[in-house]
Design a protein around this ligand. Sequence first.
Ligand SMILES: Nc1nc2c(c(=O)[nH]1)N[C@H]1C(S)=C(S)[C@@H](COP(=O)(O)OP(=O)(O)OC[C@H]3O[C@@H](n4cnc5c(=O)[nH]c(N)nc54)[C@H](O)[C@@H]3O)O[C@H]1N2
Ligand SMILES: Nc1nc2c(c(=O)[nH]1)N[C@H]1C(S)=C(S)[C@@H](COP(=O)(O)OP(=O)(O)OC[C@H]3O[C@@H](n4cnc5c(=O)[nH]c(N)nc54)[C@H](O)[C@@H]3O)O[C@H]1N2
Ligand SMILES: [Mo]
Length: 762
Amino acid sequence: MKNNIQGLDHYEGAAGGWGAVKACASYVVSQKSPLRDTIALFKMNQDKGFDCPGCAWPDPEHRSPMELCENGVKAVSWETTHKKASAEFFAHHTVQTLLGWSDYALENQGRLTQPMKYDIITDTFQPVEWEHAFAEIGGIMRGLAPEQVEFYTSGRTSNEAAFLYQLYAREYGSNNFPDCSNMCHSPTGTGLGSSIGIGKGTVEISDFDAADLVICVGHNPGTNHPRMLATLREVAQRGGRIMSVNPMRERGLERFSFPQSPKEMLTGGHTELSEDYFQIRIGGDAWFFRGVMKALLELDAQQPGVIDTDFIANHTSGFRELADDLHRLEWADIERGAGLDRQTMVYFAEIYASHKRVIISYGLGITQHRNGTQNVQQLINLLLMRGNMGREGAGICPLRGHSNVQGDRSVGINEAPSEDFNLRLEQYFAITVPRAHGRASVESIKAIESGESRALICMGGNLAVAMPEPQRTFPAMRKLDLQVHVATKLNRSHLLVCKDSWILPALGRSERDVQSSGVQSVTVEDSMSMVHASTGGLKPASRWLMSEPAIVAGLARATLPNSPVKWEQMVGDYRLIRQAIEAVIPAFYQYNARIEAPGGFRLDNPASRGEYRTASGKATFHVCTTEAIADDCLTGNELILATIRSHDQYNTTIYGMDDRYRGVTGRRDVIFLSAEEASQRQLKQGDVVDIAALDDSGQVCHQRMMHRQTVHIVPMGTKSIAAYLPEANVLLSLDAVDEESLTPAYKSVPVTLFKSAGVNDA
Ligand SMILES: Nc1nc2c(c(=O)[nH]1)N[C@H]1C(S)=C(S)[C@@H](COP(=O)(O)OP(=O)(O)OC[C@H]3O[C@@H](n4cnc5c(=O)[nH]c(N)nc54)[C@H](O)[C@@H]3O)O[C@H]1N2
Ligand SMILES: Nc1nc2c(c(=O)[nH]1)N[C@H]1C(S)=C(S)[C@@H](COP(=O)(O)OP(=O)(O)OC[C@H]3O[C@@H](n4cnc5c(=O)[nH]c(N)nc54)[C@H](O)[C@@H]3O)O[C@H]1N2
Ligand SMILES: [Mo]
């Protein structure tokens, strides 16, 4: 279907295919590094190569000659670009000027090349010597109390760098570890931890070979985990069934043309993925899955055996309470909450009951809600009801975000460490570490806002832009005494300067890291707990770059001159860092030896083999007690807004202005709405609207508005609306979080729409 609104159309093709190949080629050229990229891409995700910095989907065991995907190409080209944000560039652009640039333009300036310090007189960043930067930063740190400093980690950081970083922070005396996982999968940690005793997924890639049903909930793999499509394609081709639960019809969940399949590419063919697609209401998951479980109980009453009573009796606790609660629920409430009818949930339950080995994979559509943790628990409840846990071809598969976010958590980026961890750290390094729990991301921003925190160190990322409510977050940053950003590219967080602000440029993962003992490898952990080595091979973008471990050691030596830790030795040979990790975290036993195996090794996952380290020693059913959104929101004129990623972005990094699979070209000022919701508001395709967030009492919140967004009508769940991050972050509230994990409710913002003033009808 064609329509005449510029840049808004409907994409009819499959995901992948020639569109992906074309996008790769033009992207590589636009970053001005075709040769460099070709070499880099060939080495990516191969044994002895480097790990793709894109997503955390694991490498298949039978890897194709080039295990890569369109968005992996974008991530690597973005890092290996020949463009440079040099000292000269900074000399010619004041911070005030740069703040007027788009996020895209800032990062597109290219790689940072030198350590820079902000100079308030000229309002520019100016080059400094590394040792000078370390000494000054160390001096300021020594003048602060440890509780006044926040240590942020973005999930690209390797295990080695993250381990040294937490060691530095803890020896200094702080447990303040805001982390990017606080913004995505903390509800996975709390939800799975309380249900099955480990805050990680239980399946391995080989389980997808054995599953007969894969349920994809609230994730968009065509964009965010494209290599997963090859796995889903295999499931579909061998007759396994796939179902999706998502308010938006994501093309990558519907059909896929595999760029590495000559047949599909030459014939224009594709593989159908999801056989059924359940377009629920945004925020309706807990209702939907309780509806499915209620239907399952009803089926079991007619036909005993639908529920696995043996499994429930032997391996779980809490089923009776769950069943009582499900019996109590009224179908009318469930239907309204889920945005789908009873019949649909019964149908889902029947399909689920007719399959023996079921995997549920999920993403941010489940976690980024006020009841994110409880959403995760409902998915586990459903799996446990039929014993789909602790056996081959079954289990839970959260799709983590950054390529090493899971690894960073495993090696100690955690505001509430266990006492066992503390004791081992103290013993191995002969240091004292703090016992008081620290802050996670939202708490850190609030402490910075209140003036309680005085300093922020960022190991990568773009914290201020990634967090909700820039109206509060941005001014807070400027109140700090000290900001240190370890980064590869310039972004807006670096420009929210305070009294003393530094940007320290780091090596990227694709680049060769040479230390005194020679070329170093680092290690990372994927979404399925596989830990493997990553070795960069490219010449660094500038001779001044330092590796992240070396930067941490430099900061640590300057801050803690009497430290007994042998920082220099560990940085000289990363195997010593891995030895230390092994000593402090026993799951990493024989760390150096085990990463030599092709594909690395899997961290022990007791729940995978049916051992549940919960309080009761059993897998635990949890009754859902809160709703994502107040009920009155579902009866009025309000909509629930989810912030989503386009196909051309990586979190706050905007690679380009298109969102191919959703039919958007050259623009991002777009909101997605169903035809029904649009017509109820007398809106049509291309109309320009203002969006206002509603506060807890349903009143329009004038401080949280977004203006002049263009309506794009797409198939979509009821009461639902979507807009891009980070633009839509102005609609969010720092106070709307999942109570249990403190993850912001990025995907459930009550909003209302107004036609923009002074705009002619399109
Ligand atoms: N190319 C690329 N890759 C990435 C990233 C990137 O930005 N770009 N980001 C990385 C990171 S850090 C992360 S955490 C992951 C994120 O990967 P995903 O989890 O896929 O994240 P999103 O794109 O935010 O949203 C996923 C889906 O949630 C759906 N959704 C929205 N609200 C709801 C709801 O209430 N219920 C349900 N069931 N679905 C809902 C949306 O329609 C969308 O399809 O990807 C990682 N990989
Ligand atoms: N509204 C809304 N907001 C969201 C989300 C949402 O769904 N909706 N999602 C949230 C999620 S899931 C996440 S994970 C966060 C992401 O939050 P962050 O991880 O803080 O943000 P990124 O955009 O991934 O960070 C990009 C920056 O990382 C730096 N970088 C890239 N590679 C490297 C490297 O190898 N080393 C170093 N030192 N720096 C590097 C570059 O300077 C780049 O500018 O955003 C969150 N924000
Ligand atoms: Mo994430």
